[in-house]
Structures are given as structure tokens and as C-alpha cells.
Design a protein around this ligand. Structure first.
Ligand SMILES: [Zn+2]
Length: 212
């Protein structure tokens, strides 16, 4: 008999036991969690001002690696958006601004200063990620755009940081799948989205066939 049981469900980790399911399906869900579940990440960065010692390219790279809370189902992949534009449109991308003004003292700019004025639900997963260190009178002002992407394009779009499938020792056809998230989705959303990614792959095959 088939059954699914959640063994553990925390904010960043979920584990589920699957009884009676064949290994290839679960193995596909595990791989899709790493490569096919889209999340938001900063992809385009316009540097308006940067008098910090860090090069523009390094600053842009660091912003891209800050995990962002991704509202489920709100933004499509730009390839699948009606705009059909690689750079995206307001429906498939979110503006994120960082304006770290000057002070009298040396200070570190943290991810908590990044803001998405048009969508308050989009924000860094943590406020405590250091971005750049500023000396007195140095300033960083950036306008960036986050869009949905998948882990197979770049690790910054990897929804799951860990995905492990193991045998359950006492039984045949019983497996345990554990997923960990960097926080773009809750762990339970990540599991659901990974299973939806498998459904989507199958739908695409059947769509391809029906177009023959
Ligand atoms: Zn668009």
C-alpha cells in the first residue's frame, strides 16, 4: 500500500517517508528540488553609485547570492511570461534597492538594508548577511532586479540546498526524502513545489506529443 508520512518539518528542513513508491519517481523529485524549482534571485544590477573599495562586479555578484523570500506562484519565469523578454517586465521581475548612505564611521552594510519597494513580501531571508564595508564618506547605491530562475542555470537559483534520498532499512520500497531550503520557500512549500516540478515535466512531454 502506498503512503506518505512527514517525519520532520521545520522552517529549513523537511523529511518525508514514502512507502510503496518506486525509486525512480522519488529520485526524480530529489533531483528536481535541486535543479527545477524556480525561486527569485537578483540577476540585473544597476550601480548608481559605488565609492566602496569593492569592484562593481563583486558587489553585483554578492547581491545575487543573497537568498530572497519568494512569494509562491506570484512571479513566472521570464521565459514563460507574456512579455517573452529575457530582461523581464514588472510581472516577472521585482526591483530591489540598496541605498547605503555615508556616515562618519566605518561600517558594514548588511542585507537588511536591501528593500523591494514594489513588493513588501520580497525580502532577504536574513538581515545579517554582510554585503560591503564602507569607510567614512563612502557610499553604495544600487537598483537591482530579481527574477525567477532555476538551479540548473546558476546555484543562486537553487531552491533546495540539500536533497537526500535514503532507503528505510526495515522495508522494501520504502524511502525517506530530506530537503533543506535556504529560506526562499518554507520547507513544506519546497517539497510540494518539487513534486509539482515532476508533474510539470510530465505535462510538457504529453503536450509535446499532442502537438505532433
Ligand atoms: Zn515578463
Amino acid at each position: 500500500m502506498k503512503s506518505v508520512k512527514i517525519l520532520e518539518s521545520g522552517s529549513d528542513r523537511i523529511a518525508a517517508r514514502f512507502d510503496g513508491y518506486e525509486l525512480p519517481y522519488l529520485s526524480a523529485v530529489r533531483r528536481l528540488a535541486l535543479s527545477e524549482v524556480p525561486i527569485l534571485s537578483i540577476d540585473d544590477v544597476i550601480i548608481l553609485e559605488n565609492t566602496s573599495p569593492v569592484y562593481d562586479e563583486i558587489l553585483a555578484h554578492r547581491l545575487g547570492l543573497v537568498p530572497l523570500v519568494t512569494p509562491e506562484g506570484r512571479y513566472p519565469l521570464s521565459q514563460e511570461c507574456e512579455c517573452h523578454s529575457a530582461s523581464g517586465c514588472p510581472k516577472c521581475r521585482v526591483m530591489v534597492v540598496l541605498d547605503a548612505g555615508t556616515t562618519e564611521e566605518t561600517r558594514t552594510v548588511y542585507s537588511g538594508e536591501m528593500m523591494a519597494p514594489e513588493d513588501k513580501d520580497v525580502k532577504p531571508v536574513s538581515d545579517k548577511i554582510p554585503i560591503v564595508k564602507l569607510a567614512p564618506n563612502q557610499r553604495v547605491k544600487v537598483e537591482a532586479y530579481a527574477r525567477m530562475g532555476r538551479g540548473r542555470e546558476h546555484a543562486k537559483w537553487q531552491a533546495a540546498t540539500v536533497a537526500v534520498l535514503t532507503d528505510v532499512a526495515d522495508k522494501e520500497d520504502a524511502y525517506s526524502l530530506a530537503l533543506e531550503t535556504a529560506g526562499s520557500y518554507s520547507s513544506s512549500t519546497l517539497l510540494r513545489r518539487s513534486i509539482m516540478a515532476l508533474e510539470k515535466q510530465i505535462e510538457e512531454i504529453s503536450k509535446g506529443l499532442s502537438e505532433q
